[in-house]
Design a protein around this ligand. Structure first.
Ligand code: CA
Length: 228
């Protein structure tokens, strides 16, 4: 979930994106003109900027240069020009990613999450310990109270993903996108099934969780059980 500054002069596209990004949990402020967008970046400090290149008052390329002069905020360029050379030029000028019109809100959302991941990427640990659970990424061995667990590749990836974010709620949409690398819808049932397999191996149930706590209507959270 991010704060997104959207700079797009097409009123119809702008309204649709504001709505669909908000539905995906983002906080969006929109500007229809370049200078308005620039002051938003300066004053609001968004997590990410979505920049339409075809703006009425200033070419988006110029605006990108101005943003880069004052801020390291990730910028995703949106363009109607499906031109590879142009995109490479944008990336060289400091854009972090791009989408080509017409693009879906899901596509843009995925790009937003990807640039934020890159921006915030902490070095990935080799090993995570949570209560009696020890997860080793290099050997892909999981131990619970000293006993090794037999996990499938997907179960391991799911557990590792949740353990990396221990204590925070992870949505099923995020799991489908990040662990299964699939668009949401249809695959969410798969997440439920894998979570129940994981629970069984961890010796718990959804009704009586130890590590994997369901947050109704939101997602799932991995926490270390209270000691003692
Ligand atoms: Ca435009």
């Amino acid at each position: 979930m991010a704060s997104v500054a959207l700079i797009e002069d097409d009123q119809r596209i702008r309204a649709a994106l504001v709505r669909s990004l908000a539905e995906r949990g983002h906080t969006v402020r929109a500007a229809g003109r370049a200078m308005e967008g620039l002051s938003q970046v300066l004053e609001w400090h968004p997590d990410v900027v979505v920049l339409d290149l075809g703006l009425p008052d200033l070419d988006g390329t110029e605006l990108l240069k101005m943003i880069r002069a004052v801020s390291a905020v990730p910028v995703i360029v949106a363009t109607a020009r499906d031109d590879e050379a142009e995109m490479v030029r944008m990336l060289d000028r400091g854009a972090d990613d791009y989408v080509t019109k017409p693009f879906s809100a899901d596509q843009l959302d995925a790009r937003i999450r990807a640039v934020l991941r890159r921006a915030h990427a902490a070095p990935e640990p080799e090993r995570i310990e949570l209560g009696g659970l020890v997860i080793d990424r290099s050997t892909r061995v999981v131990e619970l109270e000293g006993a090794a667990l037999e996990l499938s590749r997907r179960e391991f990836d799911l557990l590792w993903y949740l353990a990396r974010r221990a204590g925070t709620v992870v949505t099923k949409r995020e799991l489908v996108g990040e662990v299964w690398r699939q668009p949401y819808g249809g695959a969410d049932r798969t997440v439920d099934v894998h979570l129940s397999w994981l629970r069984r191996k961890l010796g718990e149930t959804a009704a009586e969780p130890k590590y994997l706590h369901t947050v109704r209507g939101v997602g799932v959270k991995l926490v270390a059980p209270e000691q003692g």
